[in-house]
Design a protein around this ligand. Sequence first.
Ligand code: HEM
Ligand SMILES: *[C@@H]1O[C@H](CO)[C@@H](O)[C@H](O)[C@H]1NC(C)=O
Ligand SMILES: *[C@@H]1O[C@H](CO)[C@@H](O)[C@H](O)[C@H]1NC(C)=O
Ligand SMILES: *[C@@H]1O[C@H](CO)[C@@H](O)[C@H](O)[C@H]1NC(C)=O
Ligand SMILES: *[C@@H]1O[C@H](CO)[C@@H](O)[C@H](O)[C@H]1NC(C)=O
Length: 200
Amino acid sequence: MALSHLLLSLLAISTSVFAQSSTTYTDPDNGITFQGYTDTTTDVTIGLVFPEGSDSNDEFIGEIVSPLTNQWVGVCLGGTMLDNLLLVAWPYEDTVVYSPRYATSYSLPALYEGPTITSLESTSVNSTYWKWVFRCENCTTWTGGSINLTSTASPLAWALSNTTVDDPADPDSAFAKHTNDGSFEEDFYAAQSAYYFNWA
Ligand code: HEM
Ligand SMILES: *[C@@H]1O[C@H](CO)[C@@H](O)[C@H](O)[C@H]1NC(C)=O
Ligand SMILES: *[C@@H]1O[C@H](CO)[C@@H](O)[C@H](O)[C@H]1NC(C)=O
Ligand SMILES: *[C@@H]1O[C@H](CO)[C@@H](O)[C@H](O)[C@H]1NC(C)=O
Ligand SMILES: *[C@@H]1O[C@H](CO)[C@@H](O)[C@H](O)[C@H]1NC(C)=O
């Protein structure tokens, strides 16, 4: 094998090894099996699960689990900040306030109308972590984008801040730019479960 070919092969292998990909895990608190990822730097876990077998379903169950040091966490369902449905959440007293947002420029995203979001019972705040578990209906298609349920690897991005939002009681609160952001490859195909409606 020519040296250049060998180097290219090694590069391909290392890229696939180091790509951050979702895995299947079951949250012991609610018994829900998610397809998701834990970012080791910020200790934030993001997981999603969809109804099985039909692209016509417009909903999913998601969770964000975060140390209290992260004062808000947002998920970009289309993989980037701009022109995608963003789900932002933060702890407030003994619960979690959530806020669907949308940004067309790199500034404070506006509230986004359309999704029907319900927090599920296992949503919690304790002395170290907050956890938002939710059903999101009308959430797989948005202005200018959608989730591809046949894709085994599509980027799912996140952002968070260690600074509190201005008015934590208000879903429409302003907040400052993220202190951390990143993304991983979500296996949407594997994120579909026959048990979905038992959990929803
Ligand atoms: C006041 C609110 C916000 C401001 C001012 C802001 C600003 C910016 C800016 C300037 C960038 C470009 C790269 C950089 O400078 O780091 C960026 C990138 C990014 N932002 Fe935001 N952002 C805000 C809120 C959000 C929210 C709520 C999310 C997620 C729900 C988010 C997700 C991202 C991601 C994933 C990137 C990486 C590059 C990209 O996706 O385009 N941002 N943001
Ligand atoms: C679903 O969301 C879209 C925005 O993405 C909105 O225009 C539409 O009215 C919503 N549909 C329902 C039934 O709420
Ligand atoms: C706090 O919540 C997190 C996330 O659900 C959980 O992993 C942890 O065990 C909980 N800690 C306590 C002390 O209950
Ligand atoms: C969805 O993902 C599948 C598998 O990667 C791909 O073949 C298809 O072109 C994608 N569909 C769209 C609309 O991007
Ligand atoms: C918040 O994050 C920024 C950027 O990573 C860092 O410089 C700052 O020290 C952090 N503040 C706190 C209170 O952890």
